[in-house]
Write a protein that binds this ligand. Structure first.
Ligand code: OSB
Ligand code: MG
Length: 380
């Protein structure tokens, strides 16, 4: 297939309520929507780079720069026979995984639509429905946290993940266990807020029987995580540290984690996500699909990848209404039963763009055609 036209749209959408982590606070989200045109079909994807480089080094700004200057010309100049080709075409460009992923995921959607199959099927997914959890930010008080946690337990989410940071760790976890008991599937995500010097505190968390603790130590570390895992009974799950199949292999060989959070954006696309999934399966390492506060298009891609068999732990892909008053897709992403999302059977991601909502929040728009390459940018 030959990509005939690439369209980028940037929107800025308010979150229902602020989302606070150890690295920052978000009240709204900038999202870049990619549309790829070929053979009368349109493949879509949504970027996950945040507005600031606090989770990883990319931002929405770097994403546009790398796409415009390097990645889009490659897409327009090359014949693509399978979406797996895209990661090879991009492989000489270092990192910038979120920029690569949004284009690559749109190619996967386009390919599935051209072949009249669902993205889940194209990826080799087997689940017809997936169990999902919810991620809860740092709240202003323990009381408020307990209210929010109670709300999502009532909604039936199959995994409750709470953000922790120094000064907000043992106390909130203890409070949740005391109020809601040990049957709640609970985990904590530190977003790299600790060091090995905090080992005693992290060991204290063992008594609360968390399903896992996500990324307690540095974003670029796998050595100290291995030392920590050897001392903890709770499983460590890596998020920020895993950018590639090679990273996953090294972390597993070192014993740095027992679980991996796969985010399509962080690893550079669906092909890499699938490869990491397959490798983890061969090593008996369960994986789950992480989130980056996606709107509906990103959720749809996450649902498709999470239909692969070794995604055996509920991911962070909650329903659209967890973060958004209105979604950029129709229908919105919803649960069919408490904590369960159906994997769409329609072509591609199985959702269409809600043009009205996109227009409402649009901040910029550019389009690139095959012939003129970067010659005729048209800004709004
Ligand atoms: O609900 C979601 O999309 C997951 C939210 C979340 O935990 C998160 C959101 C933004 C950046 C990093 C993370 C994370 O998993 O660490
Ligand atoms: Mg995380």
């Amino acid at each position: 297939m030959k990509i005939e036209r690439v369209e980028l749209q940037e929107i800025l959408m308010p979150l229902k309520s602020p989302f606070v982590t150890s690295f920052g606070r978000q009240e709204k989200k900038v999202i870049t929507i990619v549309r790829l045109h070929s053979e009368g079909k349109v493949g879509i994807a949504e970027s996950v780079a945040l507005a600031f480089p606090f989770y990883n080094e990319e931002t929405n700004g770097t994403l546009w720069n790398i796409m415009e200057e390097f990645l889009i010309p490659i897409l327009l100049e090359n014949e693509i026979s399978h979406p797996d080709d895209v990661s090879s075409l991009f492989s000489h460009i270092r990192r910038n995984n979120m920029a690569k992923a949004v284009l690559e995921s749109a190619v996967w959607d386009l390919y599935s639509r051209i072949n009249n199959q669902s993205l889940s099927r194209a990826l080799g997914g087997s689940y017809k429905e997936i169990d999902v959890g919810v991620s809860i930010g740092i709240e202003r008080s323990i009381e408020q946290l307990l209210t929010v946690v109670g709300h999502f337990i009532n909604e039936g989410y199959k995994k409750i993940k709470v953000k922790i940071k120094p000064g907000w760790d043992v106390e909130p976890i203890k409070a949740i266990r005391e109020k809601y008991g040990y049957d709640v599937p609970l985990m904590a995500d530190a977003n790299s807020a600790y060091t090995l010097q905090d080992i005693d505190l992290l060991k204290e968390l063992d008594q609360y029987k968390l399903i896992m603790i996500e990324q307690p130590l540095a974003h670029d570390d796998i050595i100290d995580h291995a030392k920590l895992q050897a001392q903890l009974s709770t499983s460590i799950c890596l998020d920020e540290s895993i950018h590639s199949l090679e990273d996953a292999r090294k972390a597993i060989e070192l014993g740095s984690c027992k679980i991996i959070n796969i985010k399509v954006g962080r690893v550079g696309g669906l092909t890499a996500a699938k490869q990491i999934h397959d490798y983890c399966a061969s090593k008996n390492i369960p994986v789950w699909c992480g989130g980056m506060l996606e709107a509906g298009v990103g959720r749809a891609h996450n649902i498709a990848i999470a239909s692969l068999h070794n995604f055996s732990i509920p991911g962070d892909t909650s329903a659209s209404n967890r973060y958004w008053n209105e979604d950029i897709v129709v229908p919105e992403v919803t649960t069919i039963r408490p904590g369960v999302i159906e994997v769409p059977k329609g072509d591609g991601i199985g959702f269409e763009l809600n043009e009205q909502v996109i227009r409402k929040y649009l901040t910029r728009e550019v389009s690139f055609g095959a012939k003129s390459k970067l010659g005729e940018e048209e800004a709004v």
